[in-house]
Design a binder for this molecule. Structure first.
Ligand SMILES: C[S@@+](CC[C@H](N)C(=O)[O-])C[C@H]1O[C@@H](n2cnc3c(N)ncnc32)[C@H](O)[C@@H]1O
Length: 271
């Protein structure tokens, strides 16, 4: 059964505003792997479960053609609205049945999305569409982020952890794949040339307002909001208040730094 947690138009537009671009650390790891296996100029990349296209657009300078695919019409509609390069296109389609020709893809990426897929069917599709020698790069950040601000990082991180503890009650079982650092996914890849890189730390500076928006783009928040609307809104109000108080400011535009741990799975189809 296909899981649909990203269908709302409002959720998709928040996604566009608040989610992060792929970090330079991850891009560098992907391309040092790809550079050793493929010949330039690179032809065709696909980004699966692309959401509003943050990771898709990043691929555009490296490839002649990039296609972002997502099962959610609302997400693809938002992706198409964003300014992008002419070599990037988008399509509504499931990861388990991609609208792409056999042996046509040089690089397939999937950012913070593969845990939602039917892994067995997805990996069969990956094998069908990758060229011989083509590469796969699947990554996500993990729960347990740190929030840093001057000398109150520990308390800020504690507030964030309390939010995660509330939202976890609404967590889909598929999130367990993330908690396991994509181990099962990695083990299911039928290629011998593969690696799983853990403990990739990325640090992202953002206004506090963006961090609060990011919390609301979690797939759990809309469920919380639907189940207990007043409690969910109250949580957001209280969290903002507590952050501001710790930071000693009244402006949500004040910047904080988020520290995230990421995992990246790389693989290459045999020649
Ligand atoms: C957490 S979002 C990640 C979006 C984006 N890649 C990013 O880095 O922010 C997960 C995305 O996976 C999509 N998705 C979930 N199941 C899918 C499936 N079976 N096939 C294709 N996309 C799927 C959702 O619609 C959603 O847009």
């Amino acid at each position: 059964m296909v899981i649909r947690q990203f269908e709302g138009k409002e959720h998709a537009s928040d996604y566009q505003k608040f989610r992060f671009d792929t970090s330079q650390e991850i891009i560098d790891l992907i391309f040092s792997y790809v550079d050793e296996r493929l010949h330039k100029p690179y032809g065709f990349a696909v980004d699966v479960g692309c959401g509003t296209g943050q990771n898709t657009r990043i691929l555009s300078p490296y490839f002649k053609k990039v296609l972002g695919m997502d099962i959610s019409e609302a997400q693809i509609e938002e992706a198409k609205k964003a300014t992008g390069s002419p070599n990037v296109t988008y399509s509504v389609c499931p990861a388990e049945e991609m609208s792409v020709g056999d042996a046509s893809v040089d690089l397939l990426t999937s950012s913070i999305a593969a845990h939602w897929f039917n892994i067995e069917k997805f990996l069969k599709e990956v094998d069908r569409i990758l060229k011989p020698g083509g590469c796969l790069a699947i990554f996500t950040f993990l729960p347990g982020m740190e929030v840093h601000y001057k000398d109150c990082s520990e308390q800020m991180t504690q507030v964030y952890a309390e939010v995660e503890d509330i939202l976890i009650r609404y967590e889909h079982e598929k999130i367990q794949h993330i908690r396991n650092g994509y181990k099962e996914l990695y083990e299911s890849i039928p290629y011998t040339d593969k690696r799983r890189i853990e403990n990739i730390e990325t640090k992202i500076r953002m206004p506090l307002a963006r961090l609060l928006g990011f919390i609301q783009t979690s797939p759990m928040y809309p469920i919380y909001l639907e189940t207990k609307p007043e409690e969910a809104k109250e949580m957001m109000r209280t969290v903002e208040e507590r952050f501001l108080q710790l930071m000693g400011t009244s402006s949500s535009e004040t910047e904080v730094e988020m520290w995230l741990q990421n995992v990246l799975v790389l693989a290459s189809k045999p020649q």
